[in-house]
Design a protein around this ligand. Structure first.
Ligand SMILES: *Cc1c(COP(=O)(O)O)cnc(C)c1O
Length: 339
């Protein structure tokens, strides 16, 4: 089976399993796990922040960040199609009593500075006040688009001018940096906190990183405990996480595979294929006259997995567990399904 549902399906390689087996461990709630401490230090260096916190999931990283940046009852500005809005079970409201004010980020999922100015709410006797701006890069729902550092900077500056902190959901921010051929710090420098996933294209089995200032991270550490994420001898998963940090350059191969997949699928005139910028390929199947579920079921029978991503859209995601041969086979299999 060629599994292109997500880059989360990667399984730990031998090096990661060995890193897990040999990791020095201690109780991380006491701050005594040397492997976690080392991972957090290296991750901070990688994204150019003072400190980081190892969290079990990207969702927890985003939710902890929102809690730390805000006060109960405030508003959060977030893009309409962003992960924190669509796919985190309304956690901003559930965990932190936050009301989301959604901004339409257009085809690239990045709100403009003008939108931030317009939607900002100043606290008064009737209005709760805006406590946070959340951005996402790459933007998953828009097809893994890589948002340029200048765009992030412009929108973040608008928030900062209003004294509103900015959190970046950078689950795939290294994909953005590799695609744009810039150091990731050119993106992360403009935000107060950033979350990125070790468990996606970087290949770790578990884990994400939340980064920010020393003060932010020390508060985030308490909030992680509150949310049930205080882990013990967690070096066994931080070890693979250290390996994952070394895999950044390999993301370029995933991007090349996505372009290859898109080009192959685009040969079918009935498919509308979005030009991929990173490792996500969105395919609109409306013109096939067949519904997404049926196409995905036939693809499964032909040995290829994708995900339904909209009423007529399929998402295919490349990752380090598929090679060029798999991509070519996937193109042939989809062509066979449509023929
Ligand atoms: C996957 C993802 C997350 C959450 O990560 P989990 O580890 O699955 O909780 C957050 N934001 C974006 C954009 C993602 O793609």
């Amino acid at each position: 089976m060629i599994d292109l549902r997500s880059d989360t399906v990667t399984t730990p390689d031998d090096e990661m399993r060995e890193a897990s087996r040999t990791a020095a461990v201690g109780d991380d709630v006491y701050g005594e796990d040397p492997t976690v401490n080392d991972l957090e230090r290296r991750a901070a260096e990688a994204v150019g922040k003072e400190a980081t916190l190892f969290v079990p999931t990207g969702t927890m990283g985003n939710q902890v960040a929102a809690r730390v940046h805000t006060e109960h009852g405030q508003e959060v500005l977030a893009e309409r199609e962003s992960h924190v809005v669509k796919y985190e079970l309304g956690g901003l409201a559930q965990h932190s009593g936050l009301q989301v004010r959604m901004l339409d980020g257009g085809p690239r999922g990045i709100p403009t500075p003008e939108q931030v100015d317009e939607e900002y709410v100043e606290e008064d006797a009737h209005r709760p006040g805006t406590g946070l701006l959340c951005l996402e890069n790459t933007h998953n729902s828009k097809g893994g688009v890589a948002i340029a550092p200048e765009k992030v900077a412009d929108t973040a500056r608008a928030a900062h001018d209003l004294d509103v902190p900015v959190h970046l959901d950078g689950a795939r921010v290294f994909n953005a940096a590799v695609a744009l051929d810039v150091p990731v710090t050119e993106i992360t420098d403009h935000v107060d906190s950033v979350m990125f996933c070790l468990s996606k294209g970087l290949g770790a089995p578990i884990g994400s990183i939340l980064a920010g200032s020393e003060e932010f991270v020390s508060r985030a550490r308490r909030t992680r405990k509150l949310f049930g994420g205080g882990m013990r001898q967690v070096g066994v998963i931080a070890g693979p996480g250290q390996c994952a940090l070394e895999n950044v350059a390999d993301l370029a191969t995933d991007h090349e595979h996505a372009r290859l997949l898109a080009a192959g699928l685009a040969e079918r005139p009935e498919l509308a294929v979005q030009e991929p910028e990173t490792n996500i390929v969105l395919v609109d199947v409306a013109e096939t006259g067949t519904d997404v579920e049926t196409i995905l079921e036939r693809c499964r029978e032909a040995g290829v997995l994708g995900t339904k991503f909209g009423p007529t859209t399929i998402r295919f995601c490349t990752h380090r567990d598929v090679d060029r041969g798999d991509i070519e086979a996937a193109v042939d299999a989809v062509a066979g399904v449509l023929a």
